[in-house]
Design a protein around this ligand. Structure first.
Ligand code: ADP
Ligand code: MG
Length: 694
């Protein structure tokens, strides 16, 4: 049966619904607030709320929630019903403008980096009318921003919304200088490609590590991983296809424009890419996508893993954050047009990005920092933890030539000859793809590939918006002051290439040489979350974030603390999970295997059969058990000292430098034992089953 595409967005209180349900003047007032990124006029709030409630009830809602994004990388909200008691004691339906605009959740029970105490817990949620409300599972979801009673942001969305105004202001100023009089607003646009793993639910349920930590903490290497390169873009298995179909349909109803789906490189790994949208909507939609992936997987007897590195030895998952700037007259500021070498507006815009990324590489690296991503970044396939920009040879040479004062030659693109006469001829793209770059120019946008698959995309984008706004601000000031526009443009390109050209790297980012070269060029290499977190309190970062009112110094400090605290907590939970699994599941299995093997050896010997290899195996199993005992004891002992650390920083360092190496030793001991124990006796599903069973 044909799919009814008219159901797209049917659960969203979008423009059409507003138009048909609101009086004209109220609709227009709301619409202009949305378009101009302003808060709504409180006078119209009651009417809007009432229309929204009636629409929601028609779509099965009984409750509403202020949906917000605390610093947990997931979303939150409490659900209130539309019921109220009238003066005469009768029940009535009620949803006021005040309830639509403002909520008051307890702020102390979310990560706040010391900004809120339990005795002064008040927090507010405020309606973000630029992202549409929707109905899901009987509740009207109202996208909101979340802040403390004292005004500090306690979520990922508030700084994102702040950064959107900043980038719009500076980008508009920039467009005006290049003669654009039409645009009145510039939005950051984002398409977040989401990678994930799908495994069998029954197997997932048997693994405490997957259930509590989202990744496997043990597991011997399977005989087949991803070496055959046969999974990427391969045929989608029927069970996975059924999951994807249901997911697409759920997302479409919620107005999420899921576009592309395919198998990824690792076995059991897949990807979903949406059509890009304004960044705050893209962020909300990415959160919804992750939630729906987990739910739809469960309904289909599957488990969706969004962790950055669920399995050792095969690729991890990221979120490719495609970012661009789009004006409301249709101009994409990163579109090179037909002749990039003549398109000064585009080339100067590139300079703004190059400057921003080089100057604030640490901050950008930080924006992708989370414990799970430490397992992935710098690994076999992932972008390394060093920031660089891929521009492609052609654009790099255009900038280099202009910087030298030469006029760049028009390079006509060659057509591609496949050698097969029946195939259509087409022109080659301006640049080849570089899959190894953490920050690649891909035609009309930049693709920031470091972001972790489980993370909110907000931080990466408020950092990008802010640092690019800063360089645009500088560029605009230069251009406004100069008496000769063209000469100044050339000077900007020259200065950018001189001062920041080092960040451009078109080669293979995965090589050891690049790590060395980058270090010799002074490009920051922040290896892990703890090193990266320091960018939050680095004076240069605090200055740019506070200058543009995206985060205050106090908010930066709080976020630094949250990042480190979160890191230490994750490592501690993982270590405790390993100990629990070892003591109650894995060690008993190894001991049993050793005992049973020894028993077999002695039964054989009682019959006069030598069985030396069998008693040898029993011996090895017993040695394995000893090694596991020792490693577990060391880890347990180390964990008892975590709380002796004085501050969040030292706790995190202790987790990284003391706990993690002991976790690695325990894993090694257990994984060697797994290779010796019969599959029937191993109490948890192995890598082969997890990766190849769906
Ligand atoms: P890839 O080859 O990297 O997988 P895709 O074309 O599949 O690339 O995905 C690219 C992503 O970039 C999509 O989510 C797409 O919507 C997004 N994208 C395209 N143009 C823009 C833009 N101007 N701004 C932001 N994102 C964009
Ligand atoms: Mg991509």
């Amino acid at each position: 049966m044909a799919f009814d595409f008219n159901t797209f967005g049917c659960m969203v209180f979008g423009d059409e619904e507003m138009k048909s349900r609101l009086p004209k003047d109220i609709y227009e007032s709301l619409k202009s607030s949305i378009e101009e990124n302003r808060s709504i006029d409180p006078k119209i709030a009651d009417v809007v709320a009432n229309a929204m409630m009636h629409w929601a009830i028609e779509h099965g809602a009984t409750h509403y929630t202020h949906w917000f994004q605390p610093m947990t990388n997931i979303t939150a909200g409490k659900h209130d019903s539309f019921l109220s008691v009238e003066k005469n004691g009768k029940m009535a339906l009620h949803f006021s403008g005040k309830e639509l605009i403002k909520g008051e959740p307890d702020a102390s029970s979310f990560p706040n980096g010391g900004l809120r105490n339990t005795f002064e817990a008040r927090g507010y949620t405020a309606w973000d009318c630029t992202s549409p409300a929707f109905v899901r599972d009987g509740t009207l979801y109202i996208p909101t921003a979340f802040c403390a009673y004292t005004g500090e942001a306690l979520d990922t969305k508030t700084p994102l919304l702040r950064s959107m105004s900043v980038i719009s202001e500076q980008a508009l100023r920039f467009l005006r200088l290049f003669g654009n009089k039409k645009a009145t607003r510039v939005s950051a646009t984002v398409g977040a490609e989401q990678e994930y793993f799908l495994i069998d639910r029954a197997l997932y349920e048997k693994r405490l590590d997957l259930k509590l930590c989202g990744r496997t903490l043990f597991g011997a290497r399977p005989s087949k991983g991803q070496e055959m390169e046969d999974h990427y873009l391969g045929r989608i298995r029927l069970r996975v296809a059924a999951f994807m179909k249901e997911l697409d349909e759920e997302l479409w109803r919620l107005g999420v424009s899921a576009k592309t789906k395919h198998n990824e490189v690792a076995p059991a790994q897949h990807e979903l890419a949406p059509i890009f949208d304004t960044v705050n909507i893209a962020g909300d939609h990415n959160q919804l996508t992750m939630e729906m992936m987990r739910i739809v997987a469960k309904r289909n007897g599957l488990a969706c893993l969004l962790h950055e590195k669920p399995f050792a030895g095969v690729n991890g998952s990221g979120k490719h954050n495609n970012w661009s700037l789009s004006a409301n007259d249709g101009t994409n500021l990163l579109d090179p047009g037909k002749n990039p070498y003549e398109n000064m507006q585009f080339l100067v815009m590139l300079c703004a990005v190059i400057t921003a990324v080089d100057r604030h590489a640490a901050l950008l690296r930080m924006s992708a920092a989370v414990a799970g991503n430490d397992e992935r970044l710098g690994g076999h396939e992932a972008p390394p933890a060093i920031i660089s920009i891929f521009l492609g040879e052609q654009l790099t040479s255009v900038l280099t030539e202009i910087a030298k004062g030469h006029s760049p030659m028009c390079q006509k693109m060659s057509s591609l000859d496949t050698g097969v006469p029946t195939l259509p001829a087409f022109t080659r793209d301006d640049s080849d793809r570089n899959r190894t770059s953490p920050f690649a120019f891909t035609g009309n946008k930049f693709e920031f590939r470091m972001v972790g698959s489980s993370a909110s995309i907000a931080c990466a984008n408020y950092v990008l918006n802010t640092i690019v706004a800063e360089s645009l601000d500088e560029i605009c000031t230069r251009l406004e002051k100069s008496s000769d526009f063209d000469t100044e443009v050339q000077a900007i390109i020259r200065d950018t290439m001189e001062q920041h050209g080092r960040i451009i790297f078109n080669g293979n980012n995965y090589t050891e040489e690049w790590v060395k070269t980058a270090e010799s060029l002074g490009i920051v290499h922040l290896r892990d979350t703890i090193e990266a977190a320091s960018a939050y309190i680095d004076p240069k970062s605090v200055e740019v974030l506070s200058k543009y009112h995206v985060l205050t110094p106090v908010e930066c400090e709080a976020r630094y603390d949250i990042l480190l605290e979160n890191y230490a907590k994750i490592v501690t939970i993982e270590a405790n999970t390993m100990l629990e699994m070892t003591q109650r599941e894995l060690l008993p299995a190894i001991i049993r295997a050793a005992g049973e093997t020894a028993q077999s050896a002695s039964s054989l010997s009682a019959c006069g059969i030598a069985g030396a290899r069998i008693s040898g195996l029993a011996q090895r199993l017993s040695e394995c058990a000893d090694a596991v005992f020792t490693a577990a004891d060391q880890l347990r002992e180390a964990l008892t000292h975590v709380h002796e650390e004085q501050c969040t920083y030292s706790c995190a360092v202790y987790a990284r430098d003391t706990i993690k190496p002991l976790m690695a030793s325990l894993r090694e001991a257990v994984d060697s034992a797994e290779e010796l124990v019969s599959k029937d006796c191993w109490p948890i599903p192995n890598y082969t089953d997890l990766l190849h069973r769906v």
